[in-house]
Structure formats: structure tokens, C-alpha cells
Design a protein around this ligand. Sequence first.
Ligand SMILES: [Zn+2]
Length: 429
Amino acid sequence: MKIRALFLALLLPLLVHAGDKILLKAARLLDGHGGVPLAPAMVLIDGDRIADVGSNLKAPEGAKVIDLGGATLLPGLIDLHTHLCGKYGVHWEDELIKTTPAFSALWGAHNARVTLLAGFTTVRDMGTAWPYVDVELRNAINGGAVPGPRMMVAGAYVSSTGGAGDAAQFSEYVQVPSVDNLADSPEEVVKQVRKNFKHGADFIKLLATGAVLSKGQAPGAQQFSDEEIRAAVTEANRWGRQVAVHAHGIGGIKTSIRAGVRTIDHGSYLDDEAIEMLKATNRKTFYVPTLYTSTVIARQGRAAGIPESEIMRSRMISDIKDLGFKRALAAGLPIGFGTDSAVIPHGENAQEFLERARLGESPMAGIVSATSLNAEIMGWADRIGAVEPGKFADLIAVVANPLDDMKALLNVGFVMKGGVVFKNELPRQ
Ligand SMILES: [Zn+2]
């Protein structure tokens, strides 16, 4: 079955070329905006774009008809926080001394395909151990060399010396390539921002606080000054790009909101004041929690090579994260959808829906988060995140209705990206 899936995944894009007209039929469609499901659903695709959506469309002459029977169609899902490059289970600091950028790239290509086939047609990738491998992966996907999601990439994430993105397990006498991403003043931050854009990054990832999965300071500690974070935002905005911060601690969260970053990723120690601050930004700054990570680290952290001290940290932070999410939900805050995949196995991204549902999020809110809201956060609402004419034909289908059972999203049976079918394995009904 695995082999067959692989074979189909490689073969199908050859069978259905972008440029063809396709009429997709299914029992219902969730449009990504949270509207009443359209039933029955038909979507006409012309080349890489959606041409029409309705219940009663006629197939134009020469169009290929794909009937998905009782399935539910949705927009391709979007994950705002992935690390596709490298191999699951290899700690990022080990990767720097035991592997090469080629290792990172080849496993990255593998992970990109796994992620796409799981229904995630777009990701915002938050950085790699080997800087700029993500830029090359994005380019290879866009060039048609390997199947994968649309990628918005961070290049080399920016960290302070001794901060969460500084490889801290090495002695002063070991030259580690990633230390080239360090900045210790507003001027140095600006330099790193410009260097990233020069080398092909689409946005900036800043490590504003300590991390769960790195040695040294606790996740709560702020690691960039207010001025340094503001410098990153000012410079990135000058390029028309956004800044995403890795922030667990409340100090780093609030400073980053004040500085005008686009997203607060993880946001573990989110409190009521921070939620009010986020609301007051009027959809300028968003919270992107990553909840499933705690479940995975608790279950298989040791087997995945994560040090005991970091597993302990994850356990400590888990309940706090859940509480922050519940508060944000109760306050009606728009919540972005991210997973930190690489901390979780690639392809298990949809498990995040179940974590959020467990904490009280409705299925529709979860789906809107991972589609139209995420597209808005990325600044890509003009091209993805909803099933409507003019958007890229990024569509997925699942057997059941995810509004009745979110587990349906764990088994995406049909994946189309840009009008190209990458997977069509829905069971016949
Ligand atoms: Zn991350």
C-alpha cells in the first residue's frame, strides 16, 4: 500500500497536466471562509486556477471529470510553522556536526512530499539547521523538481549569542556554521535581516525567547531587547516582508506585539493582557500556537533523540500552553494554525486540529484557521486559502464530513495543488 501510494504520487502529476480543464465533483464543499457547506459541490479548474464553483456546473467540452462521490472538498490546508528540511529524530545541533546540507535537502524533499500528500498545500517554513536549504527546497518545488507544498521560507533564523538559535552544545573552539545567524545589537539585527533577503528568504524568523528544544536559558527568558526586535520589524517592513517570532515567555511576547511582528509563534505563556494587546492590533499581529508538540515529545521524545532536560521542559510548559489557547479562544481572538512539524513527525500536521478541538475549538473554526485565516496572515489571501474563482486550484478531499468528525482530516485521500492531482486514493463508496 505504501509503495503503491508512492508510485501514484509520482505518476499522477504526469497524468493530469496543469493547463487542462477539470470538473471536480463531491458531496459537499467547505469554502475556507466558514460559510454554509455547498452541497452538492462542483469546482471547475482551468489550468492552475479555480474558474467556477457551484452545485450545478456543466463540464466544458474536453474537460476531465473527477467524481469524488460522497467526499468533502476543502481548500488545501496551510501550516504556518514547519521545519521541512532535515530528518525527523535528528536533533538540529547534531545535524550541524554529523550531516551536510545535502542530507538536509534530500530529507527536506522527502518531508515536503509527505506534507503535501497529508493535505498541506502551503507552509510557512520557520528555518533549518543548515541555513538557506529551505530556499533551495522552495525553488526546487516551484521548479517542478520535487513534489511539495508552496513554501514561504525563513532562510537563516536570527538569534542572539547564547540564544535559542545559537548552537550551544559546542565549545568556543568549534566553528559551527549556524553561528552566522547571530545578532547582538539593532545594527547587527538589520544586517542579518538584509543578508537573509539577499539570499532568498521570504520573511524573517527571530528567536525572541528561549526554546524548549535547545540548551541554555529557559523558554520563558527574553533573548532580544525591545530595540532589537523593533529593528527587525522596521527593516523587514521596508522590504515589504514580515517577521515571525519564536516566543514562549510573556516578556518576549509583549515586546514583539509592541514591535509590530506578524506572528507570535508558540506563545506558550500568553496571558489576558497579551490577548488584549493582540486584539488591539486589529489583525496586524497573530498568535500561532503549536500544541501537538507537547503530546509528541511526551510520547516519543526519548526515541526521537531529544535530551531528557528538554523533555522535562516540554512537560512543564504543556498545561500552560493549553491554558493560553483556551483563554485566546474564549476571548474570540483569531488563532493561526501551526504545528512545528519536525518536532512532530511530518505528515501528522492535522493532529493539531484534534488538540485544538480537545480544548474547545469548533471544527469549522479549526478549518478556517488552517485555510483563509492562515492565508491572510501570510499575506497570500489573494491566491490561496479559499475555494473561489481566481484562486490557485489547491484542493483536498476527505471521505467523511470533518464538521462531524475532525479525525477525517487525518486521512486526506485527494490532493490537488495548482490544478495538478498529486493523490487520488479516496475509497470507492
Ligand atoms: Zn519551530
